[in-house]
Write a protein that binds this ligand. Structure first.
Ligand SMILES: O=P(O)(O)OC[C@H]1O[C@](O)(CO)[C@@H](O)[C@@H]1O
Length: 242
């Protein structure tokens, strides 16, 4: 695992944006795997700036998002569809038909999981997959105990994940109980994984990631089995290692 320790969150976001923009220079029609949550927000701002100021183009890019809440339609303000449109897609020149996010309100969630796995195979694998990490080590919405052989599936969110994400909802009970997520096996198909972690709240997870062993109790440890992972952390998230 290649590790980049950035001084602070802004530097981390710039490092990640640099890697993505280099990828886009190499291959116009790159496939980007994207994540939600707070961590990639700075990266998305950098990418928007790169599009506006340096003419970085997304015309031929395809994106694949990791997950979506079950039960929220794509216009719900807390859906990951709205998140991605507001935070990135509406500000760059990517045709929306080239952006892919699982539907959390499909009439058959099982069929939606199968459909999305086919989309991953048709569009992907991502040249770069952006990942955040939960305090409990989740990647995507693969909570502790998720199989490393898992493909796109419906998952029950851990209590701690619902608590952590309650900040985005008007009340904690409004946080959905389930999500549709790419499985760990689907995530590991990506050619290069960019794992981002910022802030003291992630320090314990990063320490465990860098000192532990592969174990389904800690989903991020599945990344040991991938040949091309770059971890970009800020000093706060890396402090247990120093
Ligand atoms: O970046 P955050 O908000 O700390 O979230 C970490 C991870 O948790 C999730 O938001 C899911 O809870 C992921 O999408 C994200 O990668």
């Amino acid at each position: 695992m290649n590790i980049i320790v950035a001084d602070h969150y802004e530097a981390l976001s710039k490092e990640a944006a640099k890697i993505i923009e280099e990828q886009l220079q190499t291959k116009l029609g790159s496939v980007l795997g994207l994540a939600t949550g707070s961590t990639p927000l700075g990266l998305y701002e950098e990418l928007i700036q790169g599009h506006r100021e340096r003419d970085v183009s997304y015309k031929h890019v395809h994106t694949l998002n990791l997950d979506e809440y079950v039960g929220l339609d794509k216009h719900h303000p807390q859906s990951y569809h709205v998140f991605m449109n507001k935070r990135l897609f509406n500000h760059i020149n990517i045709p929306l038909k080239q952006t892919h996010i699982p539907s959390g309100d499909a009439s058959s969630l099982l069929d939606e999981c199968k459909r999305y796995e086919l989309v991953i195979d048709e569009v992907g694998p991502p040249d770069i997959q952006v990942l955040g990490i939960g305090q409990n080590g989740h990647i995507g919405f693969n909570e502790p105990g998720s199989s490393f052989a898992g493909i796109t599936h419906i998952t029950e969110l851990a209590h701690s994940t619902r608590e952590a994400n309650a900040r985005f909802f008007s009340s904690p009970e409004d946080v959905p109980t389930h999500a549709i997520t790419m499985g760990i096996k689907s995530i590991l198909k990506s050619k290069h994984i960019l794992l981002l972690a910022s802030g003291a709240k992630k320090a314990a997870a990063i320490q465990r990631l860098l000192t532990g062993e592969a174990n389904e109790a800690f989903p991020a440890s599945a990344l040991y089995g991938h040949p091309n992972v770059t971890l970009i952390v800020d000093k706060e998230a890396y402090k247990e290692m120093e």
